[in-house]
Design a protein around this ligand. Sequence first.
Ligand code: IVH
Length: 668
Amino acid sequence: MSTHIKQQIDDLTAELKQHNYNYYVLAQPTISDQDFDLKLKELAKLEEANPELAHADSPTQRVGGEVTKEFQTVRHRWPMLSLGNTYSEQELLEFDQRVRKAIGDNFEYVVELKFDGLSMSMTYENGKLARAVTRGNGVEGDDVTTNVRTIHTVPKTLKGDGYPDLFEIRGEVFMHRKAFDRLNNERIENGEVAYANPRNFASGTMKLQDSAEVARRPLDCFLYALHMERSPYKTHWESLQAIKKWGFHVSDDSKLCSNINEVLKYIEHWDTARFDLSFDIDGIVIKVNNYGQQEELGFTAKVPRWAISYKFKAERVETSLESVSYNVGRTGAVTPVANLKPVLLAGTTVKRATLHNANEILRLDLHEGDTVYVEKGGEIIPKIISVNPDKRKPNAEPIVYLTNCPVCGTPLERKEGEAAFYCPNDEGCPPQIVSKMQHFVGRKAMDIDGLGDETLETLYQKGFISHISDIYDLHLRADELKQMDRFGERSITNMLAGIEKSKEKPFEKVLFGLGIRYVGETVARKLVAHFKTLERMQAATLEEITAVDEIGERIAQSLVEYLSGEVHQQELQKLKSQGLQFAAEEKEVVLASDKLAGKTFIISGVFEKYSRDELKEMIEQNGGKILSSISAKLNYLVAGDNMGPSKLEKANKLNIPIITDEELLKML
Ligand code: IVH
């Protein structure tokens, strides 16, 4: 019996450790929070009855999480604890009774939204942000100060006065759903792996070593706890009001409640109102308001006794798998999709769920006709959480991921470190060819009127077009087009006019339309602003490209590879001869003033209000000049956050005045 229990404890411990790793380190959880909590409770129960079999580093004893390698590890001055949580009203009433038993009836609760992001602890010294550290394992975390400095709602300098000289403040870093949708779509368009939800996106962003890329991804941060020695505040509520005055982003949806019934009403309200928020929450946090009473209640080994979180249940249904189909995207990525027996879930009929990649099929151990559990959290696309193996038919075959492209039959390839398989036949695989052209004529790129996705597909199938440049030869075949059933004379005229007009589209739209991996709209704009012409871009070295503001090695590598490909070079040459724009529009520089005439500047670091390009433009429009390196000729160094220490040192050595963006504006 005891070997059986030992096995159970060992298995559960290993499984939960893996889930912790997936959640905290990879930011890619493969289990719902609810299931995780159930398993954790099961393990705690087994350990309680058999303490001699419990592992010393059991997940029941730890907050979870590991420290990521590349950042400096910093110890938290006050440990970052987790919260006990519950999904039931009954357990909440029991929590209230425990509190009552310990401190009597005279107390208040503060109820807050439970923001679904990653927790962050920030230290302020003399009113300035000194350090920002992730939760890590609760005792020590990663120093991600440079990344947190890019979050606009985290004050770098505090407002007003009355703040203590030294304090730690904690909150949740998250991404609004709208930003998530926009950036995730950009990733999909660029052929990058999409994030499953805003929390993973926020968490993945914080792990980046490149803070310029972090700055591109708008994050927000709600603050919910203040830690300091000898606090002048008697209650949590008072602290929240104070930190709001110092400039921190504090949710206006927090509320003071005088009893548990008011708490239950608040929960009931947010159970549905949460879908109207611009960000995800996964529950409600209930805290005893008075600090003295919090102290009386104290902590268990892991969680405070004065707070608890109530988690919303994710809606989940059971259905069956009908088949798995595969989509080939513009970049050749082959994505598996589960076709399900239609089922009603959270108000919509679900017929399909994404399977992401081959690993996901393995993780689920998916078999033909399996009964699956589908869940919809805050996300739009439902996902299969798990399979019910008990309902599996005895002879069901496992689903095996393809080895060859489902359309052109080319053997699939997997790039090192990537989860997706790719069809490498980018010049000959029909869905890749068609979706590349669809991307080119699409609204965000050349925006060609009269040439929709279906028309493009028909034109491809009938052999009229197989390269982007063929689109610009269509006018030569107008008579042939008119012979085709589907095309009326008017629609052909419209289409050809739309194609002709698109030749006026600026270079940045053309560059984005080419569909070069990782070259999204913003990157295309930056590249064109910097290099101005295709020739200069083609002549640039990898180093010169990475030197462009916000362009990293991965983008530069992809651009160089694309531009050096022979087929691409011929195509670009042809497009150029057809009259498309491959040079930035010459903007007539109208000097706003000559206030900076004869003065030279370098801009370095990250700025809260302006991008570096905007500042450069301002300087140039007022007669100033931008230099490329620090020398005695330099008049001013405009410094933002995260400026490299060597630049600072050099400027100091040469006695060059270092100014802020605000001081620059004053000069204008
Ligand atoms: S208070 C000692 N308040 O939930 C407890 N946490 O499960 C300190 N969270 O690590 C946490 N919203 O990442 C608190 N309004 C809120 C919260 C919140 C989200 C997260 C936080 C914490 C986790 C605990």
